[in-house]
Design a protein around this ligand. Structure first.
Ligand code: ZN
Length: 316
């Protein structure tokens, strides 16, 4: 790997230069986008619906996003030059680090936001756990009808990925059968995994209101009570939904494989793997039965076997 040169003095010259000039939102502020946002965020505040609706202030950046297809439309030559310089010097990776927003006045349906963005600051070269590079801060001012609506300061870290020890050694080829990831066991779910070790699938049951819950949580989502007991699942269920994973490949998993959301007979749902059926034969509504598989280190995992008594079940 060639040594990285410090290009801070070159990057510094971009401070104060524009990254976007008089750019326009792709769509005027509108109720459907507001509604989708509120649904995703779970925000039921009454100010965001009805005849006098305003847009949630935190949607500020959403109006200015270019979308996947128009990614560079609003960018200036200065912004493109800055990233060409970083790329050329080997700082090819980017991660967003933080943003700060200030809200001045609300946006309402029909407003067409416009924005100007300035390359505000470039940090000296820093080394983080990700690698060595530069923090780049941009400052966007959003307006509507010529009046300031809010500001959005956005910081990214542009860096040369740390190649790590693997890239500097040529010995020790990768383990062809890496171990499957272990479950993360903590104080909230330890009794569940203790049950699994005894081949029991335990569902939490709120002792205050009786609601069953899965996965395990410290409190009841219905009544808030922290008191709980358990119910042992009978082991029968149906495939409520599933995905077949082809990509990306993860060590210890051989794609394609199916990840299923099983609805247990008791009514709660659980994400797991399915056995006894090829991934392209998994179907919604398929009957499944709990079984346990043993991991390399002796641990156990609850999975579900497709029942062959179904016409659409496993033939193989
Ligand atoms: Zn409860």
């Amino acid at each position: 790997m060639r040594p990285l040169s410090d290009v801070h003095h070159l990057l510094k010259a971009f401070e104060g230069r524009p990254a976007a000039v008089s750019a326009s939102a792709r769509d005027p502020v509108n109720l459907p986008m507001i509604r989708h946002w509120c649904e995703v965020m779970g925000d039921t505040h009454p100010a965001y619906s009805g005849e006098d609706a305003i847009a949630p202030p935190t949607m500020l950046q959403a109006w200015t996003m270019p979308g996947l297809s128009g990614g560079t439309a609003a960018r200036t030559g200065a912004y493109e030059e800055l990233f060409a310089l970083l790329d050329g010097a080997g700082y090819t990776a980017v991660v967003a680090t933080d943003c700060e927003q200030e809200y001045v006045r609300p946006l309402r349906p029909g407003d067409l936001p416009t924005f100007d963005t300035v390359i505000e600051a470039v940090s000296p070269r820093k080394t983080t756990r990700l690698g060595t590079g530069y923090f780049i801060t941009t400052m966007m001012r959003v307006q509507a009808a010529g009046r300031l609506v809010g500001t959005h300061r956005f910081r990214i870290f542009t860096y040369a990925p740390d190649p790590g020890p693997a890239a500097t050694t040529t010995t020790a080829p990768a383990d062809p059968h890496p171990a499957r990831p272990r479950p993360v066991i903590n104080r909230d779910n330890a009794p569940f995994w203790a049950g699994v070790a005894e081949h029991k699938l335990l569902i939490q049951r709120c002792t205050a209101c009786g609601t069953l819950r899965f996965p395990w949580l410290p409190g009841c989502g219905r009544c808030g009570s922290p008191a709980w007991g358990t119910v042992e699942a009978c082991g029968s269920g149906t495939v409520h939904s599933y995905v077949v994973v082809h990509h990306p490949p993860f060590p210890a998993f051989d794609p394609p494989y199916a990840v299923v959301l099983v609805e247990l007979a008791e009514g709660v749902r659980m994400i797991s793997n399915i056995t006894g059926v090829p991934p392209d034969a998994v179907r919604i509504g398929m009957s499944v039965e709990l079984e346990f598989i043993r991991l390399d280190d002796g641990g156990e995992l609850p999975v579900f076997r497709a029942r062959s008594d179904r016409p659409d079940g496993a033939e193989s």
